[in-house]
Design a protein around this ligand. Sequence first.
Ligand SMILES: Nc1nc2c(c(=O)[nH]1)N[C@H]1C(S)=C(S)[C@@H](COP(=O)(O)OP(=O)(O)OC[C@H]3O[C@@H](n4cnc5c(=O)[nH]c(N)nc54)[C@H](O)[C@@H]3O)O[C@H]1N2
Ligand SMILES: Nc1nc2c(c(=O)[nH]1)N[C@H]1C(S)=C(S)[C@@H](COP(=O)(O)OP(=O)(O)OC[C@H]3O[C@@H](n4cnc5c(=O)[nH]c(N)nc54)[C@H](O)[C@@H]3O)O[C@H]1N2
Ligand code: SF4
Ligand SMILES: [Mo]
Length: 642
Amino acid sequence: MLEVRRTTCNRDCPDACSILATVEDGRVTRLGGDPQHPVTQGSLCYRTSRFLETQYSPERLTQPLLRRHGVLVPVSFEEAIDFVAKELLRIRQESGPAAIFHYRSGGSLGVLKMLSDYYFELFGPVTSKRGDICSGAGDAAQLLDFGEEDSHDLFDLLNAKQIILWGKNVVVSSPHTLPVLKQAQQKGAEVTLLDPVHHKTAHHVDHFHTLRPGGDFALAMAVAQVLFERGWTDPRAFEYCDHLDEFRALSASRPLSSWCAEADVEEGLAIDLAERLGPKGPCAILVGWGMGRRIFGAATVRALDALAAISGNLGVPGGGVSFYYKRRGAYDTRFIKGEAAAPRTVCEPLFGEELLTMKDPEIRAVWITAGNPVAMLPDSANVAAALASRELVVVVDSFLTDTAALATVVFPTTTLLEADDLLGAYGHHYLGAATPVVPPPAGVRSDLEIIQALAARTGHAQALAGSAREWKERIVAPRLGPLGLDLAALEGGYVRNPLPAQVLFADRKFKTPTGKVNLLTQAPEAPPMAPPDRPLFLMSLSTEKSQSAQWAKPQTGLSVATIHPEAAPGLGDGSVARLVSSIGALQVQIRHDLRQRKDVVLLPKGGHFRAGRAANALIQARTTDLGEGGALYDERVRLEPW
Ligand SMILES: Nc1nc2c(c(=O)[nH]1)N[C@H]1C(S)=C(S)[C@@H](COP(=O)(O)OP(=O)(O)OC[C@H]3O[C@@H](n4cnc5c(=O)[nH]c(N)nc54)[C@H](O)[C@@H]3O)O[C@H]1N2
Ligand SMILES: Nc1nc2c(c(=O)[nH]1)N[C@H]1C(S)=C(S)[C@@H](COP(=O)(O)OP(=O)(O)OC[C@H]3O[C@@H](n4cnc5c(=O)[nH]c(N)nc54)[C@H](O)[C@@H]3O)O[C@H]1N2
Ligand code: SF4
Ligand SMILES: [Mo]
């Protein structure tokens, strides 16, 4: 029998696509995008359209694993969960709940994954994470400037005359934004991309400009200077911006030539961008999530916020400075208190170091939900050492990742085609439900079922009781119910979240203490100089072929380092080299690309640590200026012959 079933993609991706899966005799045989969904528009990305290989991979875990005499061996679910329950109860009793750390990352963005947080809050509260490796700096910047964080409707781009993609690779990271950009171009909008890396999106824009990695703050100050000098700022900006004079003084504190030299751009670019923000607007700035992953990442995002504000592009159709869409705003999870309830927290980018050094009590047990910190957090070796030295590490995952391989117990779990959950998107305002397309293999349970089995042994079974569907109904009802929406509506395909407006801040009222935009007033310190022996920026960026460390196809051989030929003279195309940072070295294969800057090395994000391919083996664990994000792209490296 052949049937087409609908679900919503739960990956950590801005697009939250509506998937149509063809199921034949209980097996999924085809995946496609829903042509009716306004954002999905009938297509899926490279990684999810090839997901059936992952779904039916022989590597998939279908039985729990328990470490015995140093080796992970398959055991029954009952044995594994009894063991874990006993250990968690013992550790809690001996050292208190703070000795247990629950870490959850973005393997699935399903809202029901938060029920794992809920369980550990009731069982403890235990130690939880703080900061955010992905968007911590950008989130903090926007919250500080505007008092809240959301974006213009994606389709408001059709009202823009100018669109600036500020450090954003939509072709790879948010592919469903591309058709909207094309439509805007057809309506006459010009799209400008500013990125130190030449990537696929450069082929789709009207203007591409490179700049020094991290040079954006200086460029933004140059643009602000031009806006002020030419009278292209909004004459009413003082009504809704605090610190306008200080911001003006900051932008004027250095000559244009000096800001531009720091950004490594021509002065003409500053004038060109000012014109696009000013007389040639309205101008929408789309801020890439990568922009914040630098030591001064928050200052950079704040500078872009300020450009949008002073140029009058806030609160107008076709304007805005859009970074993140409040993807969970329609769902009510207020019963989970989160960080506020935790006895203490581990800073996500400093995971390894903090686990190794936390005292009173030490972290004795770690439970990992939907994350692969060994591959994905900086200083992989330290993260691995921290996990390997804990008494109990439980990992819930579908594969034996770099992290699961270090666990005491691994629980196999459901994939995106088996997920039963609720989704919002961080790249648009549509909501969706994930409904299992096929049941999981025998022996595989969802995070919710695993937590419920644990709760049955440790207490709080009542609080966690309910099927996934019942939980979904509970979470949908409070906010969407009064607006006439229920779970069935979400299951039917797609629903535009009725809460956010098309245009953010249309009333120019902000949720800051004064109700005005909080313009920044100070420049960050000068960016750290490159050490002479490590002149290159290591940029480990999203690739089409994987979702973080989840590759569409297994990766073998050396990781490929892409450089301009003059970035490492003497290392020919195809040669094998050593990529050296302050904390480690990787063997890589060189690929030449004449379009790249001479001060960057590109490495794919998500290489596996055990395979010697992890960029994070080279990246120091450092936080950003605000928001405790990870300064992932400020690592300096050199290349030498192997
Ligand atoms: N195929 C694929 N898609 C993904 C992911 C994936 O792993 N693979 N990951 C998902 C995740 S977790 C996220 S958070 C999102 C967003 O994922 P991100 O990888 O953050 O994607 P982008 O927003 O495109 O941001 C990266 C861009 O910022 C640029 N950049 C870096 N530093 C600077 C700088 O100093 N200045 C400027 N101007 N640009 C800079 C990079 O060159 C790159 O083009 O995408 C999701 N989508
Ligand atoms: N060097 C470098 N490091 C980076 C980045 C970078 O650009 N460069 N990007 C950063 C960013 S933006 C992010 S968001 C992080 C991502 O970091 P992670 O979220 O740790 O990345 P993933 O590899 O996607 O790991 C998620 C795991 O969840 C599992 N999973 C999938 N679905 C489920 C489920 O339903 N339940 C459970 N329990 N598990 C599930 C997957 O199999 C996968 O192994 O990495 C960050 N690290
Ligand atoms: S990973 Fe992103 S682009 Fe790909 S199918 Fe899922 S939501 Fe769509
Ligand atoms: Mo991310």
